[in-house]
Write a protein that binds this ligand. Sequence first.
Ligand code: PMP
Ligand code: GLN
Length: 388
Amino acid sequence: LLEADGSARATIFAEMSALATRTGAVNLGQGFPDVDGPQTVARAASDAILAGVNQYPPGPGTPALRAAVAAHQRTRYGFEVDPDTEVLVTTGATEALAAAVLALTGPGDEVLTLEPYYDSYAAVIAMAGATHTTAPLRPTPDGFLLDVEALERAVTPRTRLLLLNSPHNPTGAVLRRAELEAVARVARAHDLLVVTDEVYEHLVFGVEHVPVATLPGMAGRTLTVSSSGKTFSFTGWKIGWVTGPAELVAAVRTVKQFLTYVSGAPFQPAVAHALTDPEALAWVDGLVTSLAERRDLLCDGLRDAGFDVVRPDGTYFVLADAAPLGAVDGMAFCRDLPQRAGVVGVPVSAFTREGSPTHEALRTWVRFTFVKRRDVLEEAVARLRAAF
Ligand code: PMP
Ligand code: GLN
């Protein structure tokens, strides 16, 4: 977690957002929306504050939010969880993932993730004292695809946990049912626990999101993590949750109580409302439609500017290869991009392990977010076209 000289390492998102602020560049780096979620949901939170919902809520989360999470899984996926024993509210998905890895793994265990991977995974695996192993997602004309054979080859007798993520940050890949069935076969064959990060579960464009917990033989070994931040465009509220078998959820709760104890009291009734209110869910459908349009705007613009682009099926990120523009190193390219084009992106190398085959393969790739207003994206595209 430290730089080579011992100084504290800032996350790549913090570094690149600071660069955008300093240079006045259009920030397509850190993934957060520049338009807030539904006003009715915001009002539910402010009403809760004014009504005095301001002291410690119950440790596992309020009964209403746990019931809403269970109802959401039942109506959306036909999947049943017991709101009393199989749902835990957390401080964002980040805490759910950290508490799960800390609860389930330790020194001597291997945690297998996809690569590239969301940056907090490597950090929490290190905090747990476990060893991080990976299986690659590779760019193809059909999008980024998981090499399931490489995944199975990466499993050893020490592999304890498979940490999945679909829809996937940073590639925007949405694992297909066939890919997930193959992964599930590996998990069952090697008796692995699975933690699956599904924070972008709603943000898919014309493809199906399949929760891995719904596949045969998986419910008993899988913890599913999600969050209100991406679905409802309130990333600063930090209300997430984890669902799964009671004994695994209890283990995560034991860790969570010493990380944060409880999570944001007035936001819990607001998120409970959002998960069950038809109007709020219709708002999410509108977000998805508009995100698909903004994805196309950004992908087409990046392609016109000379990048090679893999159009994503989900999330709010697109990966683009800057090699055709002469880049040899994505990090150097991104540090230079504000000067050169007035735009900020994130080097994909930040989501890889130094020296890994994926690190080398994606060395010149950059992640851009399209969860920004159309006019912001149009400005970014115009700048990139002018610069290259
Ligand atoms: N997992 C992934 C894949 C993410 O992209 C994010 C958000 N950046 C998180 C987890 C963290 O979610 P939260 O803000 O709810 O902690
Ligand atoms: N999840 C967001 C991203 O991937 C940002 C989260 C963060 O800043 N840690 O860009």
